[in-house]
Design a binder for this molecule. Sequence first.
Ligand SMILES: *Cc1c(COP(=O)(O)O)cnc(C)c1O
Length: 433
Amino acid sequence: MNDSEKKSYGSGTRCVQGGYHPKNGEPRQIPIIQSTTFQYASSEEMGKLFDLEASGYFYTRLQNPTNDFVAAKIAELEGGTAAMLTSSGQAANFFALFNICEAGSHVVASSAIYGGTYNLLNVTMRKMGVEVSFVSPDAGEEELQAAFRDNTRAVFGETISNPSLTVLDIEKFARLAHAHGVPLIVDNTFPTPINCQPLRWGADIVTHSTTKYMDGHGVAVGGVIVDGGHFDWMAHAEKFPGLCKPDDSYHGIVYAEKFGMGGAFITKATTQLMRDLGSIQSPQNAFYLNLGLESMHVRMPRHVETAQAVAEFLSGRPEVSYVNYPGLPENRYYDLAKKYMPHGGCGVVAFELKGGKAAAEAFLKALKLAAIETHVADAKTCCLNPATSTHRQLTEAQLKEAGIPAGLIRMSCGLEDAEDLIADFSQALLATH
Ligand SMILES: *Cc1c(COP(=O)(O)O)cnc(C)c1O
């Protein structure tokens, strides 16, 4: 596919055929290049790769063709210029931030984010000297302005947050970030590029835990970083010396000059962070991820349709005090969700049982189709009661303070028949009486 073809094809065509374009006699499916290393006839030829004068492969810790095909497909889906796979979603978010932050930097992050990312920012990156200010995604512009400092280097949020299902006002956050000369990084795991493309709304970098809907079958942990290619690093060179000043650990290269706005971010993340921290996705896992991507455009509408039906069913049940799903008109994020995700957001629904912890336990025990798992965004429906699992160390009072009612259930609607799931939930709700 040439560039204009890439732009004209729809998401479905990109899911199936993006990223990999075999020539005569080459494998139709993306091959698994299960090799740690790549051979060359002369050291001069290999030397050009080390000098970044030629592109090619020499060691899988930095780059592998299987991974690059899959990353290129995801870049096409998000409308980005470059992408890299990582070993997990955690690694993707860490690399995306650490590529432009260092000791002494500061990050403004939405407080409605995945627990693992919250810990990454609040514990581990603080230990590394990176400061963070958490802000409510719903705060007004004035309050958000006040969170910025001279040393702020990035703004971070999730399109639809896991698990609170908060919808980020991407345009508002992008406007604020850009007014302060820094990029907006958005974790787009829950909607996937099928339902939302944050780069088109002003975000600069997109990340994913590919472990979730992109894989979609619960087989491989992975992550991806996509660069939108529209953040002008050189215009804010004093803030981003790593991209705009010579890299002494890489022959004095200036990434933003040599690779331009479209390539600098991912090239630096590869040559510095992958080189030094080595969190590559295995080519085998990239292959599994690609199988998931090939049907993502077919699966996502089904996840959304089922979640909407489940949310509406639960709303009408006397055992349920509250249903949190942005597709319900009474949800506080309904309008934002409609704007950024007109075809729906994701398959995860959260709801609270009136009977608290005891009701939650009885409900989960009675389920026949939905399994209890620490997972979401899978073909198989799964659920969790945070109070008795992920947050079980907290007392009832602490749970209340954290905004996690004891009777809260997080339900990730899979690809089973919606009628069967609803029948299952219906009998399990009766078991809570
Ligand atoms: C799961 C998840 C992560 C972490 O991804 P892993 O692949 O488990 O490391 C990050 N962000 C979001 C929104 C997630 O749901």
